[in-house]
Write a protein that binds this ligand. Structure first.
Ligand code: SF4
Length: 235
């Protein structure tokens, strides 16, 4: 049977990704990195990934979850699970009356993977989705991490929920990030992390981008103890 899951290079092997839509598409709420979206570039480069995401959009989020629930036991023990590696989670209005069924299936799936040993990364790109999914997954011990759309570090520091922020020293206009630019972005992310800590919050610069760790070995995104994850913009 064709798997509904995706693997991603940033993660340990005993992991899975589950995506519902294409990146930089209609499922995404306002996102400041839209033009520089790394995942969208991957989907263009890897045709089979792009085709799988198109298929997921066509069958709809509930059907994707239903397939995932059936296929997950075959994955065995897990260390890491991530929703929306590509694209984004659906809005409530996207599902209309089907929202309740989707949310119930999602709770079941999250509990199922947790039982198999997985820590979860559940990213959303807007405050309205953060509220929606925090409510939907309440009590399951998972963190819904919002990507802050703040334009400045000062604004990120003013916020208080578990969030992530993309750090870039260049304009977010889709230009390729060369190695020297990546180095600059990593340096800027480290300096932003220092400022956040000085303001009394916890911060981690993603070691899958800035170092050589992988998701699952690093579990910072899944931890409620980490206020801000900083992602240096990369290509
Ligand atoms: S901070 Fe850790 S868990 Fe989050 S994306 Fe980076 S490596 Fe993965």
């Amino acid at each position: 049977m064709k798997t509904v899951f995706t693997k991603f290079s940033k993660a340990v092997p005993d992991s899975f990704g589950l995506s519902f839509s294409e990146s930089a598409g209609s499922a995404c709420d306002h996102c400041r990195v839209l033009k520089s979206c790394y995942a969208a570039k991957m989907e263009t480069r890897y045709k089979s990934l792009g085709a799988k995401l198109k298929e997921h959009e066509a069958i709809g989020p509930e059907a994707v979850l239903e397939k995932a629930g059936r296929q997950m036991p075959d994955l065995g023990r897990l260390r890491w699970a991530r929703l929306a590696v590509d694209g984004s989670l659906p809005r409530r209005k996207d599902l209309g009356p089907a929202w309740a069924g989707f949310a119930a299936r999602l709770r079941k799936l999250v509990a199922q993977a947790t039982k198999l040993g997985a820590a979860w990364h559940i990213p959303v790109e807007s405050m309205s989705k953060a509220r929606l999914y925090r409510q939907a997954l309440k009590g399951l011990g998972v963190v819904v991490r919002r990507t802050s759309q703040a334009e400045s570090l000062a604004q990120v520091i003013k916020e208080s929920d578990p969030r992530a922020w993309v750090v870039s020293t260049v304009e977010l206009n889709g230009q390729p990030i060369t190695k020297p630019k990546l180095k600059e972005n990593i340096k800027a992310a480290q300096s932003a992390a220092d400022e956040i800590r000085q303001a009394g919050q916890t911060a981690v610069v993603c070691p899958a981008v800035a170092g050589d760790s992988k998701c699952g070995k690093c579990t910072a995104c899944s931890s409620a103890a980490v206020d801000v994850i900083l992602y240096p913009l990369h290509s």
